[in-house]
Write a protein that binds this ligand. Structure first.
Ligand code: SF4
Length: 473
């Protein structure tokens, strides 16, 4: 077992995050003051924060000490950095985002004056530092377009036509819940009707996501749109995006219904353009279906079409991913969002070896960089970025957009600096309060909605009442 003893501080959360980036499963013993990784060599590290705010990490019993040679960071970041330096030296692994373990590296980047600072202070690899810095500036610019007093709305539909093998969302496979779809749509309408008349703020953005919102029948889908537009004050300047997601749910009727309401943004998400992978993942469509539906949407004049890809899918190589990027670029959608997903083949700190860089590196990192290069070359630029804690090697998800097409909802939602009112099961409503002396940091209060679909169906009116109280409506 690898143990990290905390001395002079109690940053268990941050220390666990850094250890997890190298070792997978981590547990905390707050009473005894350490965090540990089971499937790792027997090493004990002591992570110390001194009274002067400097941190070092020592290998207990050896006198070997690791510390950053330069100015200190604030304590929470300082202790993480010294642990990162120690684990990086022990494993021989340098991670793309250095000692950043959070999901929003662009928030830290927004505090810095240059990409070089991110490399210098946080040991971020140069290409990621440049990406983080550029994206943070674009996020800040776009966030300015979403006034702080406005409300942003999310409508969640946690159903899909089948479940993709890699999915970690709460989405339900409709083959098991077909009868529930109509009930869910009614519950959602009831919730909207119970809150919407009380909303006294302008609405900047509305995003319908999932799951796959177009999983409803034509009639149910049209009814839900009608309910939204009849009850929610969706003004002409409001950005409305519908995540249509999978082409096996998109019909010409639904496309026409969206256009008749003036909806200009839609997501059609292939994840990969390789048919063999799509079949193995359990998706009930081909890449030809993607192209057909994309053309139908283009013919109807949708202004911005977003297409999602995933790098590191099971059954795929880095080359397969790059080929999918090239195919999407040829289609020329306004946005292409690159997600990364792959499991570590072996944690860097495994019992067998602690110096196993080649085995764990994989080719996904290089493929993502090549995909980005192609996107830049085709005129796309990153406009929002976030990370997930369980992504192997700590890569990132990045939304790319052609000039003037970035999705404001995505930026507002990730910023934790704009209020979000969520309808539907599993939604998270947020109120974000400006803090004195800081433009980037907000205090966030959250109001979750129950994830279980049946409980939501039975209690959507109660959910509405809780949200009205939460927003003071
Ligand atoms: S379409 Fe998306 S939400 Fe639905 S099962 Fe697949 S990955 Fe999950």
């Amino acid at each position: 077992m690898l143990k990290v003893i905390l001395k002079g501080h109690e940053s268990f959360y941050g220390i666990s995050d850094i250890l997890r980036m190298f070792s997978g499963t981590v547990s905390e013993d707050r009473d005894q003051g350490f965090v540990s990784a089971e499937d790792a060599p027997d090493i004990t590290l002591v992570n110390t924060l001194e009274k002067d705010g400097r941190s070092f990490t020592e290998v207990q019993g050896t006198g070997k000490r690791y510390a950053f040679d330069g100015p200190a960071l604030e304590p929470g970041r300082e202790v993480k950095r010294s642990l990162y330096i120690a684990l990086s030296a022990i494993t021989g692994m340098k991670l793309p985002w250095g000692c950043f373990s959070g999901i929003r590296p662009t928030l830290v980047a927004s505090e810095e004056d240059s990409a070089e600072e991110l490399t210098k202070k946080y040991l971020v690899r140069e290409d990621k530092a440049a990406l983080g810095f550029e994206t943070s500036r674009e996020e800040m610019r776009l966030l300015e377009l979403v006034p702080h007093d406005d409300l942003n709305i999310y409508v969640g539909v946690p159903f899909c036509p089948s479940r993709c093998s890699y999915c970690s969302f709460i989405s339900q496979d409709i083959s098991h819940h077909m009868g529930r779809l109509g009930e869910y749509e009614t519950a959602l309408e009831n919730e909207i009707k119970a809150i919407a008349p009380y909303i006294d703020r302008r609405i900047s953005t509305l995003y319908m996501g999932g799951g796959t919102p177009t999983v409803f029948s034509d009639e149910q889908f049209a009814r839900l749109l009608d309910c939204m537009y009849e009850n929610i004050m969706i003004g002409p300047g409001c950005e409305v995006t519908i995540e249509a997601g999978r082409p096996d749910t998109i019909t010409e009727y639904k496309l026409d219904a969206m256009r008749s309401h003036g909806i200009g943004r839609i997501c059609i998400n292939p994840q990969t353009m390789r048919n063999e992978t799509l079949a193995k993942l359990g998706r009930l469509h081909t890449s030809e279906d993607i192209v057909r539906v994309y053309e139908q949407a283009r013919e109807r004049g949708f202004e911005v079409i977003n297409m999602d890809l995933i790098a590191g899918l099971p059954h795929e190589t880095g080359d397969d991913f790059v080929e999918s990027v090239s195919k999407l670029i040829k289609l020329d959608p306004g946005n292409i969002t690159v997600h990364t997903l792959y499991k570590k083949r072996r944690a860097a700190l495994s019992k067998e070896t602690v110096l196993d860089r080649e085995e764990t590196r994989g080719d996904i990192d290089a493929a993502v960089s090549e995909g980005y290069r192609l996107l830049y070359e085709a005129g796309y630029h990153p406009y929002y970025l976030y990370r997930q804690k369980d992504t192997g090697h700590g890569l990132e998800n990045t939304g790319f957009a052609k000039e003037g097409t970035g999705c404001l909802y995505n930026v507002a939602m990730m910023s934790d600096a704009r209020d979000i009112l969520s309808f539907g099961a599993g939604g998270m409503s947020k109120r974000c309060f400006e803090q004195e002396g800081s433009t980037s940091k907000h205090r966030v209060e959250r109001c979750p909605t129950v994830k279980d679909v049946l409980t939501y169906i039975r209690g959507s009116i109660e959910a509405a009442e809780r949200k009205r109280a939460f927003f003071g409506l």
